[in-house]
Design a protein around this ligand. Structure first.
Ligand code: PHE
Length: 498
């Protein structure tokens, strides 16, 4: 019955995504998300029905995971991480259950994203239809939460969705936490009085022992002051308050990570060197000036969050022209992986007791103990691309869940306004692999890219690594998944297997 429903809506799907629905495996996933009242030409998500159109590109495996709410599941490492962060902002109001289907207006326009921002591309974002998508970041709710004006400070924690690389630290659904704090100029007799209050609040923030590198001035042409709206003094004190608050939050997280390491018998990081962070200039459409905070962790600078002084036109759009303030956004998985020593992002989705029973909200942070290590099954797929003038997009750096590519998309990609859609985009292969192999695909990497000098034909070779976290895959299973992915590639891109 349900299968019929799925099948009947199949032909209503855009041709570009039909191949993704063809396997028995996918019908199964379809069965899980499709409710009985699905009508052809519509998708039911979270109890609401949405019409589909030529923009629809959200596949069944993503919808099957929609609504898991890992960030609020008791004793889940993502929830523990969220609570640890929230504990550093005790006066903030926490929004943890805002629905993941938002409008293009909420996700991009309301934040001042330009019409050609690469994050809007269908190769990077999951569209339900032309005007509706799965949020790519928690900032999608900023304007609504500011408009409701229920508290000076707030956090938003939620699942976010991006078409992206397949590897141990990227998954098409991950979780972000957003925080913002504003002061109402109207509540003060003068701008000076408002600045005095922010200064007082700054002085009341906890002091920390961090080594902080912050070489740049608060604003400069590359990271501008919003001259039309903010005085230099306002921007300076907002930046100071923002930076100290976030440094304090990072100290808390990393001190806990260190304790976990020590408890597991490892040498604590702080014994070797004091915790070090640095502020790096950044760009976000919804803040200016903007920064990323990086932490020196295990021999590398690790980008932890993006932040900045809130774009004033955004607050004006939200009906709060008199409020000024700061906002930040971070990826919870990245912090949870380091806090608990979780080596693979797929583990967060595990329902295996051997994983879930290791974490507790009440006790101290404990390092994850791997319960099994199953062998990897790598398989290569080499193919000639069809001859075409349309762009071929490969080797896209995986997005960091904050900063460099705010809300997804690569700055190097052609934008939505460009005429020709790409003839091949790596993210499509990533998605085929996820759809066919589910969580049994660990990594997809381009290992060869060459153009035949005489034939002027381009060939790509990807290595797909299959490995289940829960059991050993048989050779036949790996072969079957690989053959299936290969068939989808041929069907979707008309590639010629070498
Ligand atoms: N929305 C940004 C992202 O997803 C992060 C961010 C949030 C930056 C708030 C600044 C302020 O990359």
């Amino acid at each position: 019955m349900v299968k019929l429903t799925c099948a009947s809506s199949f032909w209503a799907l855009p041709a570009s995504i039909r191949p993704l629905f063809r396997s028995p495996h996918l019908v199964l996933s379809c069965r899980r998300y499709a409710s009985k009242d699905v009508s052809p030409g519509a998708l039911t998500i979270g109890g609401h029905s949405y019409p589909i159109d030529s923009w629809t590109n959200v596949p069944p495996n993503i919808l099957a995971q929609y609504g898991r709410k890992l960030h609020v599941q008791s004793d889940h490492p993502l929830s523990i991480t969220r609570q640890l962060i929230a504990s550093r902002f005790p006066s903030f109001r926490n929004h943890d259950s805002l629905p993941g289907v938002v409008t293009v207006e909420q996700n991009f326009d309301s934040l001042g994203f330009t019409p050609d921002h690469p994050g809007r591309n269908r190769t990077d974002t999951y569209y339900i239809n032309q005007s509706t998508l799965l949020r790519t970041h928690t900032s999608a709710h900023e304007v609504d939460v500011f408009r409701a004006n229920e508290s000076d400070g707030y956090t938003i924690s939620a699942d976010v969705y991006r078409r992206d690389a397949v590897d141990k630290s990227h998954y098409p659904i991950f979780h972000q936490m957003e925080g913002a704090l504003t002061w109402d100029r109207k509540a003060f007799a003068s701008s000076e009085a408002c600045i005095q209050q922010i200064t007082k609040d700054f002085e009341a923030l906890p002091k920390h022992p961090l080594v902080v590198e912050d070489p740049n001035p608060t604003y400069q042409p590359s990271n501008p002051l919003q001259t039309q709206y903010h005085s230099p003094e306002e921007a300076e004190i907002l930046a100071k308050h923002l930076k100290r608050s976030l440094e304090d939050m990072v100290v808390t997280i990393f001190a806990e990570a260190d304790k976990g390491l020590a408890a597991a018998g490892h040498r604590s990081k702080s014994e070797d060197e004091p915790l070090k962070v640095r502020w790096v200039e950044a760009f976000f459409p919804h803040t200016s000036p903007s920064w990323e905070l990086e932490v020196w962790w295990q021999g590398d600078w690790l980008e932890v969050l993006g932040c900045g002084v809130i774009d004033q036109p955004l607050l004006i759009r939200a009906g709060q022209p008199d409020r000024i303030g700061w906002a930040f956004g971070l990826g919870l998985e990245r912090l949870a992986m380091l806090l608990f020593g979780i080596p693979d992002i797929r583990l967060f989705w595990s329902t295996d007791k051997r994983f879930l029973s290791q974490f507790s909200e009440d006790g101290p942070i404990r390092r994850f103990q791997p319960f099994s290590k199953h062998p990897a099954a790598p398989r290569d797929v080499s193919f000639w691309l069809p001859k075409t003038d349309a762009p071929i997009i490969t080797n896209t750096p995986a997005t960091a869940s904050t900063a460099a590519s705010p809300a997804g998309g690569q700055p190097t990609e052609p934008s939505t306004s460009d005429q020709a859609p790409p003839a091949f985009h790596e993210n499509d292969l990533m998605e085929i692999a996820r759809n066919v192999a589910g969580d049994s695909v660990e990594d997809v990497t381009l290992i060869d890219d060459f153009t035949h000098p005489k034939k002027q034909r381009r060939s790509l070779c990807y290595r797909i690594t299959y490995r289940s976290l829960e059991r050993t895959l048989t050779t036949e299973e790996a072969n079957r998944m690989h053959d299936h992915i290969t068939r989808e590639l041929i069907e979707k891109y008309r590639v010629e297997i070498r």
